[in-house]
Design a protein around this ligand. Structure first.
Ligand code: TMP
Length: 208
């Protein structure tokens, strides 16, 4: 595998999707070959998983949520991420293994160590080279999403306390792996966030 996997993580409304597009454009201008993808819906199977969560009357238990995200992840790695990395691409992925630790582990109370074990299988050992953690007070993020006026999904509809646990989970991941995971202050204006992202990614490619 000669490519590079960069994942983007964070609470709802942290602006990571917009920043992924901006980062992709910037990397392409430098002549790099970039692929964009996202979880859970980076494959058709993953799209089916996301839809399943939104079906009326479907209420997966916390561990079932874990299995569904893991199923989507293994398919995604096998079908898209690994082949891209084998072709030397820079792969930008909006959410990945850390999201299950933060949301189902810290948010829903599933044992984070069990999730790490399952992630090792579901990712076939494909670990991000760099993870950008878009950090923001969840109250501000949810407010941003509501202001955009779109329908909220199963997770966005959760109480603020859930989202605060998710943020805390991401902070624990950052503490455990400060070299791989880099904090981005996502509450700043988009251009400032973009500059911070570029600085971190530049450092990474320079091998800092
Ligand atoms: P989003 O990234 O478009 O916001 O939607 C993905 C939603 O799914 C988000 O609310 C977080 C949630 N999610 C998990 O709970 N666990 C996971 O492992 C992943 C990939 C996403």
């Amino acid at each position: 595998m000669s490519g590079v996997l960069i994942t983007l993580e964070g609470v709802e409304g942290s602006g990571k999707t917009t920043q992924m597009m901006r980062l992709g454009r910037w990397l392409r201008r430098q002549g790099r070959k970039v692929e964009h993808t996202r979880e859970p819906d980076g494959t058709r199977l993953g799209v089916a998983v996301r839809r399943l969560f939104e079906r009326p009357g479907v209420h997966p238990k916390p561990l079932v949520e874990v299995f569904l995200f893991m199923a989507a992840r293994q398919q995604h790695v096998a079908e898209k991420i690994r082949p891209w990395l084998d072709r030397g691409r820079v792969v930008l992925c909006d959410r990945y293994a850390d999201a299950t630790v933060a949301y189902q582990g810290y948010g829903r109370g599933v044992d984070p160590d069990l999730i790490r074990e399952l992630n090792a299988r579901a990712t076939s050992g494909v670990v991000p080279d760099l993870t950008l953690l878009f950090d923001l007070d969840p109250a501000a993020g949810l407010q941003r999403n509501r202001a955009m006026g779109r329908r909220l999904d199963r997770f966005e509809r959760e109480k603020l306390a859930f989202h605060r646990r998710v943020r805390q989970g991401y902070h624990e991941i950052l503490r455990a792996e400060p070299k791989r995971v880099r904090l981005i202050r996502a509450g700043e204006p988009p251009d400032v966030v973009e500059a911070e992202v570029r600085a971190v990614v530049e450092d990474f490619f320079r091998g800092a």
